[in-house]
Design a protein. Structure first.
Lengths: 149, 146
């Protein structure tokens, strides 16, 4: 059942990216280019997505327990650290250069553009690299973070 | 770079579908619909639970364009850069940055902002700022770089 729900959510998410035009990197890059061929569509995608998510999350959080799981698995971190800013900054550079972020890149896979087939393995390699660097000093860092907060 | 038409209605509707997917994941499984986090669960060291659900979600994403075209008869239009070294570098930056920063456009931008998370707001403002700056540099300051 959890597998079916996850697959339906993935499908809806992917269809949303396609219908909204966000599966087209050119459309994303044109949003990021107010001094060029500006296309403000991405702002409307965010508006539609956040309106629905915000309302639905209120209901989910009021219920507390998910329908098919024991607890809500919400991010526990609340501190603003250098990693958050450096990571987001780097992410934005890659996003601007390519017009791809993880969702649209994965949705684009079956369309088989050569650029996508280069981007996705590179993205996965970047994720693995970040994981490897993060996992190395994990034990000591978690203790430091807990002590600092 | 080709101009793209402004599509407020389709984009709002598509955004709502993305939101519906995020709400389903939270209501049923209590999980954030962050694509980089979901992808991360499928990568070594496989430390987190929910690997089956993550694989099913990604399969749904990949099936989307195929089903979309089968149902509507419309092709998914996209223009992907042919500059492969640039895309390789961009992919590395997106993947590395998403893990280091704890989320991407969906996890921070959609789900995090909907949870009113200060971390996600700051992350979203940061990646928006560097993305706008990058496109400004590549298209207007150093033309020909892309």
């Amino acid at each position: 059942m959890r597998i079916i729900v996850s697959a339906i959510a993935g499908l809806l998410f992917g269809l949303g990216l396609i219908v909204s035009g966000m599966a087209d990197p050119a459309k994303v890059q044109n949003f990021l280019d107010p001094f060029g061929a500006w296309d403000p569509s991405l702002a409307f995608v965010m508006l539609g997505a956040i309106a629905v998510t915000f309302a639905g999350y209120r209901i989910a959080f009021q219920r507390g327990r998910p329908l098919l799981a024991d607890t809500l698995s919400l991010p526990s971190k609340t501190d603003i650290d250098a990693r958050l800013l450096a990571g987001a900054g780097l992410f934005g550079i890659g996003w601007g250069l390519s017009g791809f972020c993880p969702g649209p890149a994965i949705v684009s896979l079956p369309l088989l553009a050569t650029g996508t087939l280069v981007f996705v393995p590179a993205m996965l390699a970047g994720m693995l690299l970040a994981r490897a660097l993060q996992n190395r000093p994990r034990g000591s860092e978690e203790r430091t973070e807990a002590a600092g907060s | 770079m080709p101009a793209t038409p402004f599509t407020p209605i389709e984009s709002l509707l598509g955004g709502a579908l993305i939101g519906a997917a995020a709400v389903i994941l939270m209501l049923f499984l209590g999980r954030i619909a962050g694509i980089s986090g979901i992808l991360g669960r499928l990568l070594p060291p496989f430390g987190e639970p929910g690997v089956g659900g993550a694989a099913a979600f990604i399969a749904g994403l990949v099936a989307a364009p195929i089903l979309y075209t089968a149902a509507t008869g419309l092709a998914v239009r996209q223009t992907v850069s042919g500059n492969l070294p640039l895309l390789a570098g961009a992919g590395l930056a997106v993947g590395f940055g998403a893990i280091l920063g704890g989320g991407c456009t969906s996890g921070h931008g959609v789900c995090g902002l909907s949870r009113l998370s200060a971390r996600s707001l700051l992350a979203t403002l940061t990646f928006m700022a560097t993305a706008f700056l990058t496109v400004l540099l590549v298209r207007h300051v150093l033309p020909g770089a892309d």
